[in-house]
Structures are given as C-alpha cells and as structure tokens.
Design a protein around this ligand. Structure first.
Ligand SMILES: *Cc1c(COP(=O)(O)O)cnc(C)c1O
Length: 240
C-alpha cells in the first residue's frame, strides 16, 4: 500500500499543508507545534481517511454528528492500534448530543447557552467531562451561527457553574470573501475577544479558526487549531 497513488497524493498534500503551517507560524514568530492541524473529512472518501491515518495523522474533524460517530467506531475497529481524536466542527442539535458525546474529543461548535447546558447535563449522566469551544459570530452575518460577542460574555459568566464541560477556547468562521483584510479582521477580532474574556480560571487557550482558503492568515492571527479539508484531500477522490 505504501506506493499507492492515493497514499502518494495524500502524503504530498499533507506535506504541503504542513509546510504552509510552518511558514505562517514562522512569519508571525510562533512555533508550528502550537498549531494543531484538524483534517476535515466531511467530503473525504473512506480510503483517504484510512490513508491519512496510515501516514500518521491523528486528529480529524467531521461536521455531522452521525458521520463522526460512525467513522470513530470504524477507525477503532479497523486500526485499534492507532487511536485518533475526532472533533465535531459542525452544528449540533440538542437531540444529537447524547449520541456524539462519547466519541467527540473536542466540540468546536457550541453555539448557544441551551446547547452548552445540554452538553453539561448529558456529560454528567455519562460521567465524563466534555471538551468544548464556543463558536462566535464575529462578522455578524445573519447566515453564520454562534454567539455574538455580548452573548459570549453572558455565557462565560453563567458557565462558571457548569461542572462537566471544559471550555477550552473559541471558534469562528471567516466570511466567504477574497478580501484578505476582512478575513484577517475577523480572526483578529476573535483573538482580541479571547484576550479580553480570558481569566486565570478559564484561559480560553484554544482558537479554532482557518480553513483551506485562509488558514495561513488565521495562524498569523493566533489560531491554535486549523480545520483543513479540501487542501488535504484534493485529487484523492478517484485514487485508490
Ligand atoms: C468543511 C469545513 C471546514 C473545512 O473546509 P475546507 O475549505 O474544505 O478546508 C472547516 N470548518 C468547518 C466548520 C467546515 O464545515
């Protein structure tokens, strides 16, 4: 399998994304080890997921809870010697929380107080602590989910009482635009919001921002988690 066209392509893509992460980190005086690459597999064919695992990658993101749970179980069955972390990056409905909690190492997409409360309640029932990020709508676009900056402050105050969620940081999505200044402004806005909201009890160390089209800008603005799909799986659809 080591010479398969699929693995060759994946390996080249991975190397290219990693070197772009390194350059962006270096440009902004950061160490690339401070940036975790989340391989977003929502459109990736299953052999490509296994291929990336074979290449040593261990952190994956899915935007649909059901596909996350299914793929987490499959990976566990097929490669039990290579445990991977699955991150939920897409919208989570309250009735899907129970099913996804045991498989989700990190939920990036907590977008309301009601959802956070629900996660806390079910995590308590399952005797675990859920690792979560709060999604913030920095750009203010109607089409984007997430807390407004004001709602975020309220939520963080109330969240001090929750015992089964560990709020590790914030997540945002940039608007779809070619204007780099707009994208950069959104990422910088998330970092500044975090800097203002962080406390010693809740340092909010993680910033999940940046996708295939804008992860370098996000890293320059402080991203600790970049969610990259198409740049990793480009060209893999027809290979095996
Ligand atoms: C699909 C998706 C990504 C990855 O997008 P690419 O442009 O393919 O890198 C990142 N974050 C979220 C929330 C997504 O849904």
């Amino acid at each position: 399998m080591s010479d398969s066209p699929l693995l060759q392509r994946l390996s080249a893509n991975l190397e290219s994304v990693r070197s772009r992460i390194e350059s962006a980190a270096a440009r902004s005086g950061r160490v690339s080890a401070a940036v975790q690459l989340v391989a977003v597999t929502k459109y990736a064919p299953w052999p490509a997921v296994l291929g990336l695992i074979a290449l040593g990658h261990r952190v994956f993101g899915e935007n649909r809870p059901q596909q996350l749970t299914e793929r987490a179980a499959l990976v566990l069955a097929e490669t039990p010697q290579s445990p991977v972390d699955w991150h939920l990056i897409g919208q989570l409905q309250r009735n899907k929380v129970r099913a996804v909690l045991p498989s989700a190492a990190l939920i990036h997409s907590i977008d309301s107080w009601r959802l956070l409360e629900r996660v806390d309640q079910l995590a308590a029932e399952l005797a675990l602590t859920s690792q979560v990020l709060l999604q913030v709508n920095i750009s203010g676009e109607d089409s984007k989910g997430g807390f407004s900056p004001d709602e975020l402050k309220t939520c963080l105050t109330q969240a001090a009482a929750l015992k089964h969620v560990d709020i590790r940081g914030l997540m945002t999505m940039a608007p779809l635009t070619e204007e780099e200044a707009v994208v950069r402004g959104v990422f910088r806005g998330l970092r500044e919001l975090r800097d203002n909201a962080a406390t010693s009890a809740m340092p909010l160390a993680e910033l999940s921002m940046g996708m295939s089209g804008d992860f370098e800008i996000a890293i320059e603005e402080g991203a600790t988690l970049v969610r990259v799909g198409s740049a990793l799986f480009d060209g893999c659809e027809t290979l095996s």
